[in-house]
Design a protein around this ligand. Structure first.
Ligand code: HEM
Length: 513
């Protein structure tokens, strides 16, 4: 039986003509432009279902990715579950993301926790790239971080650091201080007094302390299984209690922020002078009047901005201060050199006088070196591509998540030489490297339009704090441990801190008469 007995002859001949035409068109097309075969970045071998997850276990994520990048190169593709991620680990590749193609890599991926905790992306840090993000960022830069409020910021900074020095001078001699706790209290006081008008230490509603709340929020922001394993992961998130933990975390944070906003709404802002208005007063005002930004803020917008200040401004600064004091204490040479700069620049002053750090060049190098080796957010905040493009010779597709390994970039031996892993602030003596500078040799604050808006102000806070600690006190590691043997292990994911809290013994500095 031939084919014509089953199908009518007209149908067979039409099908033949059609298929021959298709083949002809296909040949014509493939002769003109060969079929698009994407060139994907090198990728470590992956396992079914989990992808490369197993290669990221057992050590902090940025270190595991750094190890992989040594084998697979400064741009590689990995999979976590079903999600492909591009990982960038060199200044040259980072430049392509931050500068050449900043307009493509300026968005953020959507994760469950960031969506919930940012009031559905009304914030700056986790919002996709859109007009709302642009307006909110403008408001933060101009009304919180800009020169308008510099005098008031300096005033609060000096007051908080003075009370820190006072606390230390009353501390029993030979007893070690937990510097993690001290810095957390100081920076929280600084950020809250400056932004919210007072420290809001007490949580007015029933709930965890603000320290616990901040910790829980940072932990949630690390993400969940559901972000990478859409079906099974969402199921596990629900049944493991992750979803309800996120809800509790959100309602605690929201209650805390609500208190702050309500107190500011209840005050009669109109009666306050400009100097007496804090950041939240300004935000509340911007929500009641047609403002210069052409954007009328809602209460949720105000809350989302406060959430960014709370989560973006405190932990990062504290972690950097702890790393700075750990590195300085570990190196007797750096400690001695830095203390003589601070003390020589200042001379002998009374407790109520303020240190002038403007001329302390070595201090700036020490803080820069700390941020090079210990960027508190080692993988920055993930980016997402808006369209198809190429990084180097490799194709990157729209909505791909991009991780920039700032930790690896700061330790790249091609840029920093053989002693890249060593704490050596003098390397900046003849090097013009700026945070977020043109060549992206170190990127602790990221780069491009999504870089940290506090890039110019945050280092000053750290420098001023360290200068005061080293001017008024000498420091030692307790329990007979040698300074150079201080533990420097890291832990964490979004923000990486020193694994063990830093305990040091302060000794009041005695001036020779
Ligand atoms: C040592 C201190 C700090 C470090 C190392 C740091 C680091 C970073 C990094 C790495 C990013 C992501 C940049 C990128 O994607 O390219 C970022 C974003 C951000 N940071 Fe900071 N930060 C610090 C302090 C602060 C402070 C004090 C604030 C206070 C308000 C702040 C607010 C923000 C905000 C709002 C964003 C999101 C920017 C955007 O997506 O447009 N940061 N920060």
């Amino acid at each position: 039986m031939d084919i014509f007995t089953i199908f009518p002859s007209w149908l067979v001949s039409t099908a033949l003509v059609l298929s021959m035409s298709c083949m002809f068109l296909f040949t014509l097309r493939s002769n003109r432009s060969p079929m698009f075969v994407p060139k994907l970045p090198p990728s470590p071998p992956k396992l079914p279902i989990i992808g490369n997850l197993h290669q990221l276990l057992g050590m902090p994520r940025h270190q595991a990715l750094w190890q992989l990048s040594k084998e697979y190169g400064p741009i590689m593709q990995i999979h976590i579950g079903s999600k492909p991620l591009i990982v960038i680990s060199s200044p040259t590749m980072a430049k392509q993301v931050f500068k050449n193609q900043d307009h493509i890599f300026c968005s953020r991926p959507i994760f469950h926790a960031t969506k919930r905790l940012s009031y559905n992306h009304l914030d700056i840090a986790f919002s996709p790239h859109n007009n709302h993000w642009r307006e909110m960022r403008k408001i933060l830069v101009s009304e919180f971080l800009g020169p308008k409020r510099a005098t008031s910021f300096n005033h609060v900074l000096v007051t908080e650091i003075k009370s820190m020095v006072h606390f230390l001078s009353l501390h029993p001699s030979e007893v070690a201080v937990n510097l993690n706790e001290l810095f957390l209290a100081t920076v929280k006081g600084l950020v809250c007094k400056f932004a919210f008008g007072k420290s809001y230490t007490e949580q007015t509603l029933k709930g965890p302390s603000w320290e616990v709340m901040l910790d829980e929020t940072m932990e949630m922001l690390n993400g969940s299984l559901g972000d990478y394993f859409p079906w099974l992961g969402r199921f596990i998130d629900q049944f493991s209690g992750w979803d309800s933990k996120l809800e509790t975390c959100f309602s605690n944070l929201d209650a805390y922020i609500e208190t702050i906003v309500n107190e500011h709404q209840n005050n009669t802002i109109a009666k306050l002078s400009d100097e007496d208005k804090d950041f939240v007063h300004t935000l509340v005002e911007l929500s009641t009047i047609e403002n210069d930004y052409g954007y009328r803020l809602t209460k949720e917008d105000v809350k989302a901005l406060i959430m960014n200040v709370f989560t973006g401004g405190i932990d990062t600064t504290v972690v950097t201060m702890v790393w700075a004091m750990s590195e300085i204490t570990r190196s007797a040479r750096v400690m001695k050199k830095l203390q003589s700069e601070i003390r020589n620049c200042t001379g002998r002053i009374e407790k109520d006088q303020k240190l002038d750090i403007a001329k302390m060049t070595y201090l700036k190098m020490v803080v820069k070196e700390t941020l090079r080796l210990h960027p508190p957010a080692p993988l920055l905040i993930p980016r997402e591509s808006l369209s198809h493009c190429q990084i180097g010779v490799y194709d990157v597709f729209p909505t791909t998540t991009v991780l920039i390994n700032g930790w690896a970039i700061g330790r790249d031996p091609e840029t920093w030489g053989e002693n890249a892993a060593e704490f050596y602030p003098e390397r900046f003596e003849n090097l013009e490297v700026e945070y977020g500078g043109r060549n992206y040799e170190m990127v602790p604050f990221g780069g491009g339009r999504r870089s940290c808006p506090a890039m110019n102000t945050a280092p000053t806070t750290i420098e001023f704090t360290i200068a005061n600690l080293l001017y008024w006190f000498d420091w030692e590691v307790p329990n007979g441990v040698k300074n150079e043997d201080l533990n420097m292990q890291e832990e964490g994911s979004l923000v990486v801190r020193k694994e063990l809290p830093l305990y040091l013994v302060p000794r009041k500095h005695m001036w020779e008469d």
